[in-house]
Design a protein around this ligand. Sequence first.
Ligand code: GLA
Length: 389
Amino acid sequence: MPTPQMQAVQAVFELRFGYAPLLVRAPGRVNLIGEHTDYNGGFVLPAAVDKEISFAVGLNGGSQIRLVAHDLGDETVELASAADISPGPVPWANYLLGVANEFQWRGVAVPGFDCVLAGTVPMGAGMSSSAAVECGLAFALNELLHTGFDRLELARIAQLAEQTYAGVQCGIMDQFASLFGRAGQVVRLDCRSLDYQYFPFDTAACRLVLVNSGVKHSLASTAYNTRRQECERGVAVLRLHYPDVTTLRDATLARLAAVRAELDDTVYRRCAFIVQENARVEAACRHLEAGNLAAFGQQMYASHAGLRDDYAVSCAELDALVAAARGLPGVLGARMMGGGFGGCTINLVVPEQVEAFITSVSEAFEQQFGRRPETYQTTIVEGVGAISN
Ligand code: GLA
């Protein structure tokens, strides 16, 4: 059954364009642990969640591209043809145009198409609304044009769209999670080999509660790209001594210690964080397999401390949310999630304590910052797919 949101985009599409679209849903994601490791060839542990973007997409038989954001009062962007695709002034449209551009780079002549979209993934919350937008259109065009790209190639297309049309030098985690998500499972991705493994995660037994700091750092994409460069500087120094090092995945704390005199302190701390964060993902997965969510949660707290102190991508609001969560009854773990500089914390909370948790954390936050944060209880869903209308 299409969701009300899906029915709405379908209705807008049919009214505007007068033919039947393909309907596609594309979820946002959470990441349990493994932050900023993806572009360093490391490990991540995301899942697709029940906050999604709904798409109605169709080929219009001409050359025109017509894009409609139903959430934004049906704001419309029109292009005469795919020949003159380039990043424009409308941010949401750029994610879509970036995807069409990637298809063209792969030798696909993109004909005229229409797209109406709407979403429940909160924007700027670290839940990858942009990846969901990219992945949904990539999936839809692949179906409509019969291009035969597999899901991994679609993830790459979506990642490159983000890099080239939104200017964020992101890794592949978000797009991978949106496309490869499985209901009731988290996925550990090795971002170097792209091997992946699913682990059951029962959100009925342990809830995933997100608390939105409401902070959107205007320089977040610049700071993100700076972190990436700092890691690359670390790799360049390590390579002088250890030629096998191609990414920080090949670094160890011992190797970093050996070259420490040649690294500036900031770069050292960034690199040490990545090495430790990769180890935490591996430990967390062992705890998950053993059913030890308390130990899993401890890895999340340690991840937050590293993101705050060494990788320096947290902010006062996120730190306060994690501090408020820690020690509350039934809270097993908490940390900031995603790129950072704002967005959500992710909290593991036993079901009986969820209401009390939300009340305590919201009150503590309101006292300090004068407003109540939004909270979301998420469940883990299947990745991008078409739905029948
Ligand atoms: C953003 C990026 C991802 C990843 C995270 C941090 O979500 O898009 O590729 O780097 O930040 O883990």
